[in-house]
Design a binder for this molecule. Sequence first.
Ligand SMILES: C[S@@+](CC[C@H](N)C(=O)[O-])C[C@H]1O[C@@H](n2cnc3c(N)ncnc32)[C@H](O)[C@@H]1O
Length: 183
Amino acid sequence: MTTWRVKRNIMKRYDITAKIYDERYFEEQNRKYQRALKDVNIEGLVVLDMGCGSGLFFSYPAKQAEIVVGIDVSHELLLRAKKQNKQFKNVFLVQADADHLPFRDCCFGAGFAFTVLQNIPNPAIAMAELRRTVKTNNKIVVTGLKKAFAINKFIDILEQTTMQIISFIDEENLNCYIAVLTA
Ligand SMILES: C[S@@+](CC[C@H](N)C(=O)[O-])C[C@H]1O[C@@H](n2cnc3c(N)ncnc32)[C@H](O)[C@@H]1O
């Protein structure tokens, strides 16, 4: 299957399941956000949430960061993100592919990708895009779904980026590994 066909199928899948996403995943995603934010200070930054889905993460950065930009391929999830976060005037949404971020180099103060890489045919491309768009030496948080990536495979993906790994969290109550890197 071509890369685009794979992505289109993923996009359709998330569009179809958008309605049940929050109910099904809120608690486990929330645990990841809280754990990740212990290691990253986003106060006053312009933050990218790559593969933001329904915007479950936004309530944290919207209160601390200057601006939050969420991108996702799923139109339905973005509509939910918009509806559910309309109280936050500093949140902006863009429908885009993580492999082709429509932003200039070094425009974000921090980048996050929670439970997204398992959907990306070649995670190295999306990781390179995150690195390109986040300011040099600033932090990037990516999580790897344990059922999709053996720990060594996920660490390989991180090492291929040649970014420095600041912390690697593997806790039993999380269904993802959480890595904090510097761009
Ligand atoms: C498991 S959900 C995680 C959503 C969100 N990060 C969260 O914490 O709830 C994976 C998300 O990745 C998005 N996604 C998948 N492939 C993508 C791509 N190529 N570019 C951007 N987003 C993508 C999906 O639409 C979906 O919203």
